[in-house]
Design a protein around this ligand. Structure first.
Ligand SMILES: NC(=O)c1ccc[n+]([C@@H]2O[C@H](COP(=O)([O-])OP(=O)(O)OC[C@H]3O[C@@H](n4cnc5c(N)ncnc54)[C@H](O)[C@@H]3O)[C@@H](O)[C@H]2O)c1
Ligand SMILES: [Zn+2]
Length: 261
């Protein structure tokens, strides 16, 4: 009952908003079969991302990184968007969400049909040479790995190791995306936060930009976050369920408003 009320409130806030954005994390993709970093029983308990996904470790021994990447990648590549991604894409297509800022590297927002997506931690489908910055597609890299069963795959031009275009721990974030995210967060009257522990900097600072300029937060996460008490609405449940219910409710209110005109 309480959840129903919160879903109604969230839908209303989004419908009345002018500059709403979404901020998403690994939690929106767990229902697509991609484990998050901080969940239980995931591959990350065995391979600490802070160690294996660190730029220093990559530079010290890129083959270690690639051995793990090859274990994790098939799951990432075959994942399909879930109802949470679809709900967010619908909100963006309806022009209610002006953008989706994501920490995810899985492209599932775009696969669900969202257009304005800022990937602040990069993307799993492109690869770049660490030496000369030449860019490689996923298929080119898979071909290389099949041909020369050896880690890491290397650049045809300069023989330096290739690296997925994802931001590793210790690397700086893409300048444009982070600048744009801060500007959007500052302008946002509503920030819908979904599936993020809000513990990875600097993305975890974005909600503060929204709050500082009088914007409101809606948080949908199955566990508490440190910003729960500063949010207008907090729902501790699965994003796949709740985001779909919010969209359904929003459409109902919209239809009601239009027939009452
Ligand atoms: N899918 C991906 O692309 C992917 C997967 C793992 C990690 N990462 C990277 O990991 C870093 C971790 O930060 P983060 O905040 O994104 O993730 P996180 O792992 O720190 O937090 C995810 C949060 O989502 C919650 N959650 C999990 N499943 C949920 C569900 N179905 N519904 C609601 N809540 C759910 C968890 O309890 C947790 O609080 C990011 O930098 C991100 O780039 C990305
Ligand atoms: Zn090169």
């Amino acid at each position: 009952m309480i959840e129903e009320k919160k879903i109604h409130q969230a839908a209303k806030l989004l419908l009345d908003s002018k500059t709403a954005i979404a901020l998403t994390g690994a939690g929106v993709s767990t229902e697509s079969g991609i484990p998050d970093f901080r969940g239980e029983g995931g591959i990350w308990e065995q391979y600490k991302p802070e160690i294996y996904g660190n730029i220093k470790s990559f530079l010290t021994d890129p083959s270690k990184f690639w051995a793990l990447a090859e274990k994790v990648a098939p799951n990432l590549f075959k994942a399909k968007p879930n109802p949470g991604h679809i709900a967010l894409a619908e909100l963006e297509n309806m022009n209610i969400l002006k953008a989706i800022i994501t920490q995810n590297i899985d492209e599932l927002h775009q696969k669900a049909g969202a257009v304005i997506v800022y990937e602040v931690h990069g993307n799993i489908n492109r690869f770049v040479c660490f030496g000369c910055r030449a860019s490689y597609t996923k298929d080119q890299v898979i071909k290389k790995l099949k041909k020369k069963k050896q880690y890491p795959p290397t650049c045809d031009m300069c023989a330096a190791p290739l690296k997925p275009s994802v931001v590793l721990f210790g690397e700086s974030l893409p300048t444009f995306e982070i600048y744009q995210s801060q500007a959007l967060a500052q302008k946002a009257d509503i920030m819908l936060i979904a599936g993020s522990s809000l513990s990875v900097a600097p993305v975890c600072d974005l909600p503060a930009y929204t709050l500082r300029d009088g914007g409101k937060l809606i948080i949908v996460n199955d566990r508490p976050t440190h910003l729960d008490e500063r949010a207008e609405i907090v729902i501790h449940d699965k994003t796949g369920i709740i985001l779909s219910l919010i969209v359904e409710e929003l459409k109902k209110i919209k239809t009601k408003n239009e027939t009452n005109k």
